[in-house]
Design a protein around this ligand. Structure first.
Ligand code: HQG
Length: 187
C-alpha cells in the first residue's frame, strides 16, 4: 500500500472516528472508542475494504499520531479533533507553556479579531507548541497566518487547557485580547 492510499484510509478513519460515525452505522463510546471489528464491518457495507493490519499500519504511520489503539487491541479512537456530539473525551487538564500557536488563514483574521478563536464545529480550538506546525495547519485554508496565544496568562485567569495524547493543545476558546499576530518565519 503506498502513502497516497494510506492517507486516503487515514482521512476515512478521521471522518468516521471524529465526525460521522453514524455514516457507517458505527457506535463510539463517550471516550471515542470504536470496536475495530465493527468498524471493518461497517466500512465493508459501504464498499470500503479494510482489515486489521491495514488499520494498524495507518495508526502507526500517522504523522500526527491521530489515532490510538486500546491496550487489548480491540478498539480504536481518534485522540482529538472530534465534532460528533456522541463523544465527550475527558482530557486531563494541564498547565500550558507561556505561549502556544494557532495556524489560520489570513482571510479569517478580521473575524478572529472580532470574536477571538472559536471552536466552530469541533469541540475545541486546536493549538500547537511550535510555529512550524501552526504554519502547516494554516496552509490548509489559504495564505497562512500564525497567532501567538498567551496561554499561561489565560490559564492563570481560569481558562482550562488540555493536551491530547498526540501533543495537540486544546482550549474551548481564546478571546482576541489574548492573541498576537506573528510575522511568519522565512522558511
Ligand atoms: C478558524 C488538523 C473565523 C480557525 C490540523 C481555523 C489541526 C475562525 C478554522 C486540526 C474563528 C477551523 C484542527 C473566528 C477560528 N472567525 N475563523 N472567530 N475562530 N477560526 O479545521 O485548527 O490533520 O476546525 O483558525 O492539523 O484549522 O485533521 O481547525 O482555520 O490540528 O489531524 O476556523 O485539524 O489536524 O478549522 O485544525 P478546523 P484547525 P488533522
Amino acid at each position: 500500500m503506498n502513502s497516497k492510499q494510506l492517507n486516503e484510509v487515514s482521512k476515512f478513519l478521521s471522518y468516521v472516528l471524529r465526525h460521522e460515525p453514524q455514516s457507517i452505522g458505527l457506535q463510539l463510546d463517550m471516550e471515542g472508542w470504536a470496536e475495530i471489528d465493527f468498524l471493518i464491518a461497517g466500512a465493508a457495507k459501504e464498499g470500503r475494504v479494510l482489515n486489521r493490519e491495514l488499520i494498524l499500519t495507518v495508526v502507526s504511520s500517522s504523522d500526527k499520531k491521530r489515532f490510538a489503539i486500546s491496550n487489548d487491541a480491540q478498539y480504536i479512537r481518534a485522540v482529538q479533533g472530534h465534532s460528533t456530539e456522541s463523544v465527550n473525551l475527558q482530557y486531563i487538564e494541564k498547565e500550558p507553556p507561556e505561549f502556544l500557536y494557532h495556524g489560520t488563514a489570513t482571510r479569517f483574521l478580521e473575524s478572529i479579531q472580532q470574536q477571538g478563536l472559536i471552536a466552530g464545529s469541533r469541540h475545541h480550538v486546536h493549538l500547537s507548541q511550535d510555529m512550524a506546525t501552526a504554519v502547516a495547519v494554516g496552509q490548509r485554508y489559504g495564505k497562512p497566518a500564525v497567532l501567538t496565544v498567551k496561554a499561561l496568562r489565560m490559564h492563570q485567569q481560569g481558562f482550562k487547557f488540555f493536551q491530547a495524547e498526540n501533543g495537540v493543545w486544546l482550549v474551548k476558546s481564546v478571546p482576541s485580547e489574548q492573541l498576537h499576530l506573528n510575522d511568519l518565519p522565512l522558511i
